[in-house]
Design a protein around this ligand. Sequence first.
Ligand SMILES: [Zn+2]
Length: 353
Amino acid sequence: MNAQPIIFDGHNDLLTRLWLSSAEDPVHDFIHASLPGHLDLQRCRKAGWMGGLFSIFLPPYAYVKNNHPEKLLNPSGLDSDSDSDPQQIVDICCAQLELAQQLQARSDGQIQICTSLDQIQACQQNQQLAIILHLEGAEFLAIKPDLLDIFYDAGLRSIGPLWNRKSIFGDGLNAPFPHSPDTGSGLTNQGKDLILACSEKNMLIDVSHMNERAFWDTLEIINQPIVATHSNAHALCQQARNLTDQQLEAIKQSNGMVGVNFDVAFLRADGQRNTQTSLDVIVDHLDYLINHLGEDHVGFGSDFDGCLLPDDLSDISQISMLIERMQQRHFSDQLIEKVTSKNWFNVLNKIWK
Ligand SMILES: [Zn+2]
């Protein structure tokens, strides 16, 4: 077996981490030096990680205020529940788009924002890092709807309209462990309109942060493969963010895809934030999802730079440990290739048309 398959991954939070970074020039550090956290260009290259969906994300206000108050224009504003400082919400999302553009512009051709499978495959051939722009939580589009077109023109091709908090687009998904995904009401009319507008643009619609009603609402209004970019099997870990067998069946019927999240709290049967978690648990989720969805519909959705990883997979440089574990658990070379990249390429190609 090719000891190191190419890895393309359904979800990471690098852009948010760059935005939150206190380094003088985090874009430079990502490209040329080393950056604390799970990812930087050098480590990604070595590991065969060629990119994936990069999230533009508005972090919870309390988190930013407590850990990075210098990032707030007005630390008393930005109450994400009441949208009390809309300009700042817009600015944060625009700043993360700009960071992605800077990564591309300052990388001497090593990093590329991609909007088609051809571009992704060219990145694979030329050993470039492929950035697919994804939006996680769309509050700023409620403030400035015309930004959807502007972000689309800049390369945005994937959207998860909801995050854990309640917004104008629908209820959040914030529940104690254990919990079913049924945590409240579904999409509002604005939420449905946003999803339809994005679907018309052939964008990926991500259900990973939707509660169950919003999930079914989404299925009702769009006719395209349904994708959960970073969620796991609810049967193995009863986090509200994980997917029930019924949801998996619906994703399968839609010809969709699930990316397995490496966050220990979404993997472990006890839901604990305990990093002493065996990589076998990731393989258990992969196995379960493959059994329910088929081997063409499962990939990685690591959540690198936005999650708590198992000790044996402390950053991208350790990804080969997971591949080895998959081999030990009798994943064929062909199946490993599907899970590590090919399935993502296929589903993106189907959705983007
Ligand atoms: Zn997420």
